[in-house]
Design a protein around this ligand. Structure first.
Ligand code: ATP
Length: 301
């Protein structure tokens, strides 16, 4: 006899942007800029658990983690995972009687899409918990209503993003383009340099509108992010000086990602960051990460 799950857990990987080209703001997109980006999921992940609650009891949210940033004091109804729960409940015509808990490891407000990936994980978890069995395309449609990097967060791996970043096309692991990315060193071990401080994405775009992109920067937001958070620039210089193959601001920053082709180089980057004090926390990860994985769907017997 098959039984419905009472709770479902999903690992929600962070993302970085291997390239991020920012075009003009578009009136028809509410002033958001046109983007052309290569997304890459990384193995640093939050774990989202959704558990059924008795009918009529509403939702709850529990957050765990040592670095919750502004989330600890934020209104939980605005949490991206809760917004995803409301969106799914509306689409499915159900009440949001679900307990959500998030084990947060992804730094908050860091350019690593922590909020979006938790929301994407919530959508996948509810698809299973409520036995909706919706196809990926329908789940991505719900995701796209919540944020432009969310459809990618569901897909994982490498992908091209256009539009405001919401139109994504997967780069299959066995295709030539993925092979080129791997040859260029955008795979395997990396270290994330993270900060206690956060950057607001709209503020970074406002700085970009004033300053433009830095010469030769594959991440057009890097110069703007560094202008607001100079330590990110110091961390990039330290990582490149220690032999990192690539080091750049992740998305809208302030965190920095450094690809480290050998264990010795990874050690050297870690030592350089510790010595220079240019980051607050160092997190090891791998890229590209697998699509979101269901970790343990508990079932009642
Ligand atoms: P963006 O997707 O705008 O580039 P980001 O990756 O820089 O964002 P996030 O970690 O997603 O940063 O946080 C952006 C804001 O979203 C924060 O100020 C945070 O309070 C809010 N937020 C809401 N829910 C979450 C969540 N589950 N995890 C992280 N941040 C969240």
């Amino acid at each position: 006899m098959s039984t419905a799950p009472v709770c479902v857990s999903v690992d929600c990987p962070a993302k970085t942007n291997l390239t991020l080209h920012v075009g003009d703001p578009r009136e028809q997109w509410g002033g958001r800029h046109e983007l052309d980006t290569i997304y890459c999921a990384i193995s640093l992940a939050d774990t989202l658990t959704a558990t059924l609650k008795p009918p009529g009891t509403g939702f709850s949210l529990e957050l765990e983690g040592d670095h919750l940033g502004d989330l600890s004091s934020a209104d939980m109804r605005r949490n991206h995972a809760v917004l995803a729960l409301f969106a799914m409940a509306e689409e499915a015509g159900r009440e949001p009687d679900v307990a959500l808990s998030i084990d947060k490891r992804i730094p908050v407000g860091a350019g690593l899409a922590g909020g979006s990936t938790d929301a994407a994980g919530t959508i996948l978890a509810l698809n299973e918990l409520w036995e909706l069995d919706w196809p990926l395309e329908r789940l991505k449609r719900v995701a796209a209503t919540l944020g432009s990097d969310m459809p990618f967060c569901i897909a994982g791996g490498y992908a091209h993003g256009t539009g405001c970043g919401e139109r994504t096309e997967a780069i299959a692991p066995d295709c030539d383009e993925a092979a080129v990315l791997r040859r260029q060193g955008y795979c395997g071990s990396l270290v994330v340099g993270a900060y206690r401080s956060q950057l607001s994405t709209p503020q970074v775009y406002a700085a970009f509108d004033r300053l433009g992109a830095g010469e030769g920067d594959d991440n057009h937001l890097q110069r703007a992010a560094i202008s607001l958070h100079p330590r990110s620039g110091e961390a990039i210089a330290a990582a490149l000086g220690a032999g990192a193959r690539h080091a750049f601001v992740s998305g809208s920053g302030p965190s920095v990602v450094a690809f480290t082709p050998t264990p010795a180089i990874r050690q050297a980057v870690v030592a350089a960051w510790q010595h220079s004090g240019s980051v607050d926390r160092i997190i090891a990860a791998e890229a590209p990460a697998e699509p979101m994985l269901k970790r343990h769907g508990c079932t009642i017997s």
